[in-house]
Design a protein around this ligand. Structure first.
Ligand SMILES: Nc1ncnc2c1ncn2[C@@H]1O[C@H](COP(=O)(O)OP(=O)(O)OP(=O)(O)O)[C@@H](O)[C@H]1O
Ligand SMILES: [Mg+2]
Length: 413
């Protein structure tokens, strides 16, 4: 055991140290409280034997300071006071100063040995407890993490199923409404043409004032001039609305089909380039694109899905830029993983939104523009690849989304 013996009388200290050493303890000496505090910090003893009355700093003050040092690290070292005067006051002050026990110097050595043993036992128990507590805290943290992930993937799974169902149900009616609207448009155009043709005969009807009056009244009550313009607007708006529904359905379908695809080794940088071509007009209108590719090794993934992630991230980056900015595409890899980063100089993400951006249907785009499915789709694709998406963002400066994938598909455990 490492013992710090604090004793101002050199003669007493030397004798005691020799005795303790003979029992196999490692003893260091301090001749006053100040030196004791310094040595305590240097040598981290298992036990302190503390004299009370000493020059420079007494044992009570030294104990006080040691306890304050220990507070910072939540550690504890047993301190036994040694004194010549075995008074009740000394006992009480010693305990109150933070000492653990009290021993008169003239007591038999066997009692000191027994007390040291008791203190060691307490300390061992305390250390075991502290270790258990640390393990428990760690377990708790892991549990909370796992619970979060479970919740997230559970939400994703059930949203996926729901999405598949909804997309399937809506797809059909959307299809026939769309085709009907197309026919209707043609038919309405035809009807309007027929009406226009009839109107050229208005002058010939002057001889039949009764018929002309009836036609004029019918036109008036139908508000034909307004109707001609309004029909065009109504048709355009309806088709726009339907296109929006179709886009939501297609997003939902993409979202729910995360599972079916082929795994292959592909060049992610080439995939990013070709995706950029597809969504290019939207991106190029907003930003200069800078590529910082390191030349990634081939990565095993479902390429079509990963390209969808790129598309969602690229479009989001472009949408975040108000007028003109820069989008930087960066890649990197290590032994196990490869990553692709898309950085924009857009408006950034406020901290209160950070937790929600991966939630299905969360969108800050103007109503009607975003379905809020982009990132939740990207997230579930990343998860399906045992990868992840990390986000860094500073409001007013921009955001960086990083997709990290294992270079090889992990084999099922
Ligand atoms: N690069 C980015 N910069 C700033 N905000 C972003 C960025 N990417 C995503 N966001 C925020 O996260 C929200 C959710 O994004 P997500 O792609 O899921 O949906 P959306 O873009 O709003 O709609 P959708 O992609 O379905 O058209 C966005 O509305 C936006 O608030
Ligand atoms: Mg989006």
């Amino acid at each position: 055991m490492k013992i710090l013996l604090v004793e101002d009388s050199r003669a007493v200290a030397v004798v005691m140290a020799a005795r303790l050493a003979s029992f196999g303890h490692e003893v260091s000496l301090a001749e006053n409280g100040q030196i004791a505090v310094d040595k305590f910090q240097e040598s981290a003893p298992d036990l302190v034997l503390m004299d009370i009355e000493m020059p420079v700093m007494d044992g009570f003050e030294a104990t006080n300071r040691i306890r304050r040092i220990e507070e910072a690290t939540s550690s504890w070292t047993p301190i036994i006071f040694l004194t010549a005067s075995n008074t009740h006051e000394n006992l009480i002050t010693a305990i109150e100063a933070g000492g653990d026990d009290f021993l008169a110097k003239n007591w038999p050595e066997s009692i000191l040995q027994a007390k040291m043993k008791a203190m060691t036992r307490i300390n061992t128990l305390r250390q075991r407890l502290a270790k258990n507590l640390e393990q428990l805290t760690e377990t708790n943290r892991n549990l909370a993490d796992t619970q979060n992930q479970l919740l997230q993937s559970q939400t994703m799974a059930s949203v996926g199923q729901l999405a598949a169902g909804v997309a399937h149900e809506i797809n059909n009616p959307v299809g026939f409404v769309n085709s009907n609207l197309g026919s209707l448009q043609g038919q309405v155009d035809g009807l309007l043409r027929v009406i226009s043709a009839y109107e050229t005969a208005d002058s010939a009807l002057a001889a039949h004032p009764g018929i002309l009056a009836a036609i004029t009244a019918a036109k008036k009550s139908a508000d034909l001039d307004f109707l001609r313009e309004d029909i065009v607007t109504l048709m355009t708006e309806s088709r726009d609305g339907l296109a929006r529904v179709a886009k939501i359905v297609s997003n939902l379908k993409d979202f729910s089909q995360v599972d079916n695809a082929d795994w292959q080794f592909v060049k992610l940088e080439a995939g990013l380039d070709s995706t950029l071509e597809v969504v290019g007009s939207e991106v190029k209108a907003k930003a200069e694109v800078i590529k910082e590719y390191v030349g990634l090794p081939d990565v095993e993934c479902m390429a079509a899905q990963i390209n969808q992630v790129f598309a969602k991230l690229l479009v989001n980056a472009a949408q975040a830029i108000e007028r003109r900015g820069t989008i930087t595409l960066r890649t990197g890899f290590d032994e196990l993983e490869a990553w692709v980063e898309i950085e924009d100089t857009g408006h950034g993400i406020p901290p209160e939104n950070m937790k929600r951006i991966f939630d299905p249907f969360f969108s800050t785009l103007p109503i009607g523009q975003g379905t809020g499915m982009g990132l939740s789709l990207a997230y579930s694709i990343a998860r399906g690849h045992h990868g992840r998406i990390d986000v860094k963002s500073v409001v007013g400066q921009g955001s960086t989304f990083r997709l990290t994938l294992p270079r090889k598909r992990p084999t099922a455990a």
